[in-house]
Design a protein around this ligand. Sequence first.
Ligand code: HEC
Ligand code: HEC
Length: 374
Amino acid sequence: MKVSIESRRVPVWDLPVRAFHWALLACVAVAAATGFLFPANWLSVHIWAGAGVGALILARLVWGVTGTTYARFANFTLSPAAVIAHLKDITAGRMHREGGHNPLGAWMVVTLLAVLLALVASGAVLLGGLFKQGPGKGFLSFATGDLMREPHELLAWALLALVAAHVAGMAFESWRSGENLARAMVTGDKADGFVPAARAFTARRGLAAALVGIGGAALMWAGLTANALPPKGVPQVVADGTWQKECGDCHMAFHPTLLPAASWARIMTSLDDHFGEDASLPADKVTAIAAFLAANSAETSDSFAANRLRRLNAERPLEITQTPYWTRRHGDIADAVFKAAPINSRQNCAACHGDAASGTFAPQSISIPKETTK
Ligand code: HEC
Ligand code: HEC
């Protein structure tokens, strides 16, 4: 029996299915590593891996209706009756070798694709709303992006569980059938003697190429167009010369969106006792700076930093570095790192945030200068 099974190999998984499978695995691995393990400034790699997942799945959906026999979704046995029959086979110790996915395997593939698509979609909403990046930035609010934070994370954990179950199921079926299913996804063939798919299909390559080409180009165009929109709720702040000069003298001029108007007002009316320093200014300059800060305070911006730093420390409402969010996000950084050159103080945001002057504080722009990390 074994001899005849080994004797003839029959093609099952076509090249696009196999390429999709392994490219998807690579993208998911990179997205998972950068999402779960790596620091925030790996966000760009995470985004590209996620975009890769999205593109691969769309291409796979096309191939599922244009590909060869076992690539077609029409041959996925998803009916409850088939699932029950398959479970009965397992419990009875009966082997019913399939050319394509067995019913549980087919459900696993569909669930994996659905969870991955939901991850990509929630990620795009997060990115657009929270960080005002990507195609959603022109029409998603911070609050909307924030709503997707927990679902995105839960989906990511669900994905890890599904991947584990997928690998376990594959190993189990390989053991039961004597057919190395992981190898079949590499070589594309299985030993003869399986039950063939219900319907045979030949690939419609021209149609697939047209759908992927036209659909891809349309999506790319839509994405780039949306990406060029101004960020929703984040008006451009035109720096005021007096503010920049007078408030950037002892420390960097903190972006006006980093504190609410009430805090700025209190700072501007107590400059003679400014955190123990005398930072007094002539009345006309005080008026001009106070007006600039009030007109561009945290309330006027839906940016990530403005939203995150909005909750003040009630005892010390004038300090950005005393807000609960700031202390939490910088809690892992040792005091000595802040004190060493070239950072010198917690107030020197720009030393570690390349985009601090614009008030953006994007994850990609975070980098603690090397000299201090030795
Ligand atoms: C004479 C020097 C000096 C000038 C000029 C000055 N500051 Fe300051 N500022 C300080 C010092 C010192 C601190 C406290 C830093 C610390 O906690 O180590 C501070 C802290 C701050 C903080 C709190 C920073 C934090 O830790 O979150 C804000 C906000 C601030 N200044 C705003 C302003 C504004 C607005 C102006 C312009 C009107 C200004 N400063 C001008 C010296 C100055
Ligand atoms: C010693 C370098 C350093 C300094 C100085 C510093 N930060 Fe940060 N900041 C970081 C690091 C590192 C992170 C990311 C921490 C993490 O991954 O949880 C961060 C995170 C943040 C975040 C979240 C950003 C995001 O995209 O997730 C904000 C907002 C922020 N910092 C604001 C500030 C402000 C405002 C100042 C100045 C008052 C400041 N930081 C000073 C290193 C610094």
